[in-house]
Design a protein around this ligand. Structure first.
Ligand code: GLU
Length: 473
């Protein structure tokens, strides 16, 4: 069975690069009917925080990337790491090294002076016929891995193709520190082994760790998993993606008004392609994703395209997906979602014209609370003395309607225009500004329908009063 994992270090929020890696891992598991597992790499206790763990969960939950089995925490597995280190010492695939920091610094300085690549010289590594010095008193040794001295590691990366690493280039890695705590590369191997990970999918900043990890796998008598190293994401200008290119945190994208699947669809195309198809449902992503079509070169983040993809989703996504997100955005603006029309109706009226849910919530605020004044330039243009007879006629017409419907409201707008001999815009625009606080809204008949008769009339009367100006006294 295919088992993949996403293994973030909880040192900050879930960023979009991490989310894409998680997505690729998740999709690959789905595609192959396997399992996707979340593992929290929290061995670095100085840098790991509970807040970051929570932020990762929050991001993964919002994206709907759920771990198929219980989440694994490295800090809960120290006994296992220690047991394996003891086993390796026993088997002779690891050894104690008593070299002090000063000694190692000196070693490095001498190598640099000889123009050699700095590396551990193997002084404490046991070898047949070699006599090691007696262990110095009072020194807690580190444990080093006996990296093979010859040959090479061949990595057949699923994205980058074949890569070869000479063992002479790889150090005898420290797998446990003086205080006995295991090191990062070692924990990763033990976890991947114990969790039965078949495919390690991660950022290509880890490529140089991979040959070391593969050697440890072999020393433990196991076959290394397959590896897929995903190229990084660059900003639009080709530089490493950073804050100045835009938001990095997944939850910032929520705040910007992305739908989870809209963001995932954008992310899946950052590096992966399926012909020239741009839009994929989640089910399609799960069926189609593969590594044959993941590019080995870095992808560039394109905010405009991300918005475009999101808009395509927003236009067609089922209500059960959009309504809860829209509700969240309204509350974020301190609006009460129950204080206006049914959210489905507002979404239907707005989804064509809004690229994000944040925009939709802002442009729909007037449905949920009285407008806080008018957009100045819109009022200056449309709420003038000339609008007074228009607004008065609208009030009379709308008030007299036997039934409140979009068609009936539309009829009133038309009749008022004809009666007063003015163009439709000269009726509709003052009406809009009066009802919505601004000159932009969904079609006016739909807007009136959603606002309801009472609210519409109240706002029209308020606009008349506003034009009349403050009354004395
Ligand atoms: N914890 C590592 C990171 O956050 C990932 C390690 C891995 O995927 O092997 O970069």
């Amino acid at each position: 069975m295919t088992v993949t994992r996403f293994a973030p270090s909880p040192t900050g929020y879930l960023h979009i690069g991490g989310a894409r890696t998680a997505l690729f891992s998740y999709l690959y598991a789905r595609r192959n009917g396997g399992q996707f597992v979340l593992r929290i790499e929290d061995t670095d206790r100085e840098r790991s925080t509970q807040a970051a763990v929570d932020a990762i969960f929050e991001g993964m939950h919002w994206l709907g990337l759920k771990s198929d089995v219980e989440v694994v925490y490295q800090t809960q597995r120290f006994d296992r790491y220690k047991a394996l280190i003891a086993q390796m010492l026993e088997a002779g695939t690891a050894y104690r090294c008593y070299a002090s920091k000063d000694e190692l610094d000196q070693m490095r300085a001498e190598q640099q002076a000889r123009k050699e690549k700095p590396r551990y010289d193997g002084r404490w590594r046991p070898a047949p016929g070699k006599t090691l010095p007696p262990p110095p008193a009072g020194v807690d040794p580190v444990i080093r891995f006996c990296n093979p001295l010859e040959g090479e590691v061949v990595l057949n990366d699923l994205i980058k193709g074949e890569m070869r690493f000479a063992n002479t280039e790889l150090d005898d890695l420290v797998i446990a520190r003086g205080d006995g705590t295991p090191t990062y590369n070692f924990c990763v191997v033990v976890d991947d082994l114990d969790m039965g990970i078949t495919h390690v999918i991660r950022g290509d900043d880890h490529v140089n760790n991979t040959p070391k990890q593969m050697n440890i796998f072999k020393a433990l008598g196991a076959e290394p998993p397959a590896y897929a190293h995903v190229s990084m994401i660059l900003g639009g200008d080709g530089a490493k993606l950073s804050k100045r290119h835009g938001a990095l945190g997944v939850m910032e994208y929520r705040a910007m008004g992305f739908l989870p699947d809209g963001l995932l669809n954008y992310l899946v195309r950052l590096g992966w392609s399926h012909g020239d198809q741009e839009l994929f449902t989640r089910a399609e992503m799960e069926q189609l994703f593969d590594f044959d079509h993941v590019s080995s070169s870095p992808a560039r983040f394109d905010m405009e395209k991300a918005y475009w993809v999101n808009h395509q989703y927003l236009k067609t996504a089922p209500m059960e997906v959009v309504v809860p997100e829209f509700d969240w955005h309204l509350r974020r603006l301190q609006l009460d979602p129950a204080a206006g029309p049914a959210l489905e109706a507002v979404i239907d009226a707005q989804r064509e014209r809004c690229r994000t849910l944040a925009e939709m919530a802002e442009k729909s605020a007037f449905f949920f609370r009285e407008p806080e004044g008018y957009v100045e330039k819109d009022a200056a243009k449309h709420l003038t003395d000339a609008a007074v007879p228009v607004l008065e006629a609208l009030i009379a017409g709308l008030d007299a309607l036997p039934e409140w419907s979009a068609e009936a409201a539309h009829g009133v707008v038309q009749v008022v225009g004809e009666q007063l001999g003015v163009k439709l815009g000269q009726v509709a625009q003052p009406l809009r500004v009066a009802c919505c606080g601004m000159a932009i809204s969904p079609p006016i008949d739909q807007t009136l329908l959603l606002l309801g008769r009472e609210r519409s009339l109240t706002r029209l009367r308020a606009a008349l009063a506003w034009i009349a100006g403050p009354t004395d006294g």
